[in-house]
Each structure stands twice: as structure tokens, then as C-alpha cells.
Design a protein around this ligand. Structure first.
Ligand SMILES: NC(=O)c1ccc[n+]([C@@H]2O[C@H](COP(=O)([O-])OP(=O)(O)OC[C@H]3O[C@@H](n4cnc5c(N)ncnc54)[C@H](OP(=O)(O)O)[C@@H]3O)[C@@H](O)[C@H]2O)c1
Length: 385
């Protein structure tokens, strides 16, 4: 089920609060960061906030720069990104600025919430640019994101809070990226809203992808790292497979073997090892073999780990006694994510995925990375020459 790229964006005080408890919105960012946020808004298809933020801040959520809006129009996009809100209760003020500024809007709600919205005067007659989407008795985030993707054409979604929404998307492993701005001030009031609430998050560390000073605040960009489970893929699966494809670019070229990258990742997102074909001067070593050789076979994390390999692990090979699919199974790994099924270039009807699946492992193929996996193999691949 394809979902939009989900970018969580928030500003927090040094003590981790999103706001204070006063009647006005606390300004955490400075002018330079508001400019940056405007630029990010201009780059997405939709901006989402929770009903709590609509009620607390009455935001407009616009792209403010006329130049950025003109550039969107010149690129064939709507002048403003779609504005989206989420409310189970349907307790939303039909006079809020959200509805009466910018372009198209959508509200995802429950059946009960939709009925309440109609009663309170938010109807197609009064609000023609608003799509009210009831999702049943309660709201399912995957369904909501799939609807945004498939029906409303959203490929990049910026989520601007509040804490309840950010917490749910991160805990459900639906966020691709967190853009956090740390503001040099304190709130110090335990009744104020926090960015992330209690609950179950991924166990290990997120990956820091950027830090940037923006005026007196600091932007931190993180990517989640914990793999999905079974056949369910999450953004971290795509990040790790991209890493495997990048590793494949480091392989010494060969006319007789593929260039492949592989990463082994524990269930909590900790990288256990990585490898690539023919690394460290070994002319025949495969990527998965090189990575697994760096892990203690008794490491208890192997049982819950995922192997990311740019090319499907091999099922048969002449150079070593055990093919990579067998090495993976023998290591106890039961989940493999790959970008490219092995073509018949060297081995006819190689079916590493079949060997793995036949032994009870889950194999997930993400074809959107196939081109990246083929790239270092162009010289072997008649289809790409
Ligand atoms: N510093 C920043 O970057 C930043 C950004 C945004 C917001 N904020 C602050 O954050 C605070 C608001 O945060 P918040 O956590 O109270 O509110 P919120 O996250 O904006 O919205 C929570 C509301 O969204 C709806 N909702 C959430 N999950 C849902 C689900 N699974 N199904 C259906 N509806 C769901 C519910 O609406 P209903 O109650 O209508 O059912 C819920 O009350 C404000 O103080 C605001 O100023 C700060």
C-alpha cells in the first residue's frame, strides 16, 4: 500500500514543550526559521495538523511567499498545498481561519464526527473547498494516509503538530523524517503540551541526517531506524535499502559477478553490520556474506534482525559452499528486504527469495529501489546498457 512521505515538523523549548499554557501561541522559532518552514511548506503536497492545534492556535497554514506560490503554479501545482486536519469528535469551529484561507482542505473524521460537522454548519454548501472524509467508527492512520495518497494525490505530507498527532505517527512507524527545531528558551510548566507523549517507540537510536543553525534555533533532522515486521514495511525499511544500494556503488567492478550492498539491522534499529561484494580484497565475497561474517553468530539480536540487500540473496553459487540465502537462514535471520530479483545473467532461474520463503523467512521486494540496485551493474545488464 503506497503511502505519502511523512515529514513531522515541530519546534520545542529546551525543556521539550511545544507551547505554554497561556492564551496566545508561544513563538518558539525566529524569523529565519519561519522562512525555512515556509520553504518546506512550499515543497509539499499537503500540510496536516490535529484538531487540538486548530482549536488552540487557529492557524492559517499558508505558503506566505508570493514567489514560492508562483513557483508552485509554474510547476503545475496548486498555489497552496492541501490543508488537512484530523478530528474524531468533529468539534471544529466552522469559522476558523483554516477553512477560509488558502486552497483545498480535507478533514478526516469518524462517522460521528462527520455528523457533528454537518450539524455545526460545516457542509458542502457553506464550505465548498472542504472534503469531509469519514473513516468509520474510529480513525486508522494507515487508511488515512492511503486515502491521501491514492485519492487526493499526496506524495509528500508535512505534519505540523500537535504533540498527539506526532506521537501517534512516530509510534506507529509511519513517519519518514522528524524535523525538530530546538529553541533557546524554557517553558517549565508541566501542564504545557509536550512534543512526544508516553507510549511505545522504537527501541534504538534514530539516525541524525542534518543539523543546521537557523538564527538562534537549531534544526535537527532525524530518520527512524527500526525495521518493519513481517511483510509490513515502514519508512526505515526504505532508508536501509537505500543504504544497501549506496554500498553497492563501492564494490570493485567485476565482469563476472554482481555489485551488491547489504546491511543487517536489529529489530530496535541498531545496525549490526554492513558489507559489499568483493570488499577488503576478497575477490569472491558476497555482500550478505561479508556483513554476516562481522556479527557474532551467537548474537541474540539476529533472530529479530532484517537483512537489507540491494540484490536478492543468491540461492546457488560456485565460489563458496553455502549461498547467501542459506547463510541468512543459518544465522537465524527471518526477514529480508531487497530491491531487485536476481536476473539470469550468471545463474539460470536463481530463486533466493523462494529458498528463504520456503524456510519460513519473509522476503519483501521494494521495486522502487530496483533502478538504484541495477546502477552499479549496468555493464552486466543488457536491459540498461
Ligand atoms: N511548537 C510547535 O511546533 C507546535 C506545532 C503544532 C502545535 N503546537 C501546540 O500543540 C498543542 C496542541 O497539541 P495537541 O496534542 O493538544 O493537539 P493535536 O495533536 O493538534 O490534535 C489532537 C486532536 O486531533 C484529533 N486526533 C488525534 N489523533 C486522532 C485519532 N487517532 N483519531 C481521530 N482524531 C484524532 C483529536 O481531535 P478531536 O478532539 O476533535 O477528536 C485530538 O484531540 C497546542 O498548544 C499548539 O500550540 C505546537
Amino acid at each position: 500500500m503506497p503511502l505519502p512521505y511523512v515529514l513531522l515538523s515541530a519546534a520545542v523549548s529546551l525543556d521539550g514543550y511545544l507551547d505554554d499554557t497561556g492564551p496566545d501561541r508561544l513563538l518558539l522559532s525566529g524569523p529565519a526559521d519561519f522562512e525555512r518552514v515556509d520553504e518546506v511548506r512550499a515543497s509539499v503536497d499537503a500540510i496536516l495538523v490535529g484538531a487540538g492545534t486548530l482549536r488552540a492556535d487557529n492557524p492559517r497554514l499558508l505558503v506566505n511567499s508570493p514567489e514560492r506560490r508562483a513557483a508552485r503554479v509554474a510547476a503545475g501545482l496548486p498555489e497552496y498545498p492541501l490543508k488537512v486536519t484530523v478530528s474524531a469528535s468533529g468539534e471544529l469551529d466552522p469559522g476558523a481561519r483554516f477553512w477560509h484561507t488558502g486552497g483545498a482542505k480535507a478533514v478526516y473524521t469518524t462517522d460521528e464526527g462527520a455528523a457533528r460537522l454537518r450539524r455545526t454548519g460545516l457542509t458542502p454548501a457553506t464550505h465548498p473547498a472542504v472534503d469531509v472524509v469519514p473513516l468509520g467508527p474510529e480513525l486508522d492512520w494507515r487508511l488515512l494516509l492511503a486515502h491521501l495518497h491514492d485519492v487526493l494525490g499526496v506524495r509528500r505530507l508535512m505534519v505540523e503538530g500537535g504533540g498527539t498527532i506526532h506521537t501517534q505517527l512516530l509510534q506507529r512507524q509511519l513517519a519518514d523524517e522528524v524535523q525538530l527545531v530546538l529553541a533557546p528558551l524554557f517553558v517549565g510548566d508541566p501542564a504545557a503540551p509536550r512534543l512526544f507523549g508516553p507510549g511505545s517507540y522504537q527501541g534504538g537510536r534514530l539516525r541524525l541526517v542534518e543539523t543546521r543553525a537557523v538564527g538562534d534555533v537549531v534544526l535537527l533532522r532525524y530518520e527512524p531506524t527500526a525495521p518493519g515486521a513481517g511483510g509490513r514495511t515502514v519508512p526505515a525499511d526504505r532508508h536501509w535499502l537505500r543504504t544497501a544500494c549506496e554500498l553497492a556503488l563501492r564494490c570493485p567492478p567485476s565482469a563476472t559477478a554482481f555489485s551488491v550492498g547489504a546491511v543487517v539491522v536489529a529489530a530496535d534499529g541498531t545496525e549490526l553490520a554492513r558489507g559489499h561484494s568483493r570488499e577488503a580484497g576478497d575477490p569472491v565475497v558476497h555482500a550478505e556474506e561479508a556483513a554476516l561474517a562481522k556479527i557474532d553468530p551467537a548474537d541474540p539480536r539476529l533472530g529479530g534482525a532484517t537483512v537489507y540487500s540491494s540484490l536478492e540473496p543468491c540461492a546457488r553459487r560456485a565460489s563458496r559452499p553455502r549461498p547467501c540465502a542459506r547463510l541468512i537462514l543459518d544465522a537465524g535471520v527471518r526477514r529480508v528486504v531487497t530491491a531487485w530479483r536476481e536476473p539470469d545473467t550468471f545463474v539460470e532461474a536463481a530463486d533466493g527469495a523462494g529458498l528463504l520463503a520456503g524456510a519460513g523467512a519473509e522476503v519483501v521486494v521494494l521495486p522502487e529501489y530496483e533502478a538504484a540496485a541495477r546502477e552499479p551493474n549496468r555493464h552486466l545488464d543488457p536491459g540498461l546498457r
